[in-house]
Design a protein around this ligand. Sequence first.
Ligand SMILES: Cc1cc2nc3c(=O)[nH]c(=O)nc-3n(C[C@H](O)[C@H](O)[C@H](O)COP(=O)(O)OP(=O)(O)OC[C@H]3O[C@@H](n4cnc5c(N)ncnc54)[C@H](O)[C@@H]3O)c2cc1C
Length: 240
Amino acid sequence: MKTFDWIVVGGGIAGISLSEILTREGHSVALIEKQSKLASQTTREFHEWMHTGSLYTLVKDEMKTLKYILGSLDDLLEFYSCFPQMNLKPSENGLNINDDEKGWFSPNYINFKYRLKNRKFLFSWLYSVARSIALIDGIKNHDWLRRRAGILESVTTKYYLPIAKHLLKIIFSNKKFIKIQTSDFTTNSRHLLRDLVATAVKNGLEIFTNNELLEIKNVDGEIIIVLFHQAGSILVIRGK
Ligand SMILES: Cc1cc2nc3c(=O)[nH]c(=O)nc-3n(C[C@H](O)[C@H](O)[C@H](O)COP(=O)(O)OP(=O)(O)OC[C@H]3O[C@@H](n4cnc5c(N)ncnc54)[C@H](O)[C@@H]3O)c2cc1C
């Protein structure tokens, strides 16, 4: 019976990144995956869209989701700056992406089209569009060197004037759609996943594919993990 500091169940992007961070910090880690390959479930369906929050500028939740995503981006920049292929470069006015074919990210920006046709008299929609465009401009030009993304200024202060400007433009526009380039871009998730798995394995990660978690037992304060291998055998490992 083997003993590990940590046992991570599920080899999708969440389990892989957690295992990588734990092994990088010097812990012994087992990653358990019931399928024959890692990243073969939801993570395989991933559409390569790196969210910087553009989508959430339309959500009326006092910008809570938007701030959460931006704060996570601050963490991402900090936790992964040691990887040479992590090609996002924070600057005082936006995120720059080094155009490197092996890089984790690509400077292919996602475009949004907001529909105006038949919606010209829906003032709440026009305001939402103007607010969304102003906030996306704010994200694009954000000062990423100060680690303050999660507290993006309140709509009521910094963004009043830009929102009013965009609102006037939208009201007097005779177009069917307003098209903008957002701050979101695409991910090369295969490079990213490969780098994370390779680094974690180099740091001692043990991967158990074809093993499904059956049971977690707590025996006198010790965590016992019972796994079922597809070949029919039962494997038992211990976690601290
Ligand atoms: C169609 C689609 C498109 C998407 N596009 C994007 C996008 O463009 N951008 C974006 O940011 N997000 C996107 N997402 C969301 C993103 O893909 C998911 O949030 C992410 O992949 C979830 O990763 P995960 O590791 O939590 O889950 P999973 O990838 O599902 O990993 C969980 C793993 O646990 C394993 N497992 C489950 N039970 C057990 C058990 N008992 N024992 C052992 N192993 C077990 C499973 O086999 C699986 O491999 C998209 C999602 C979908 C469905």
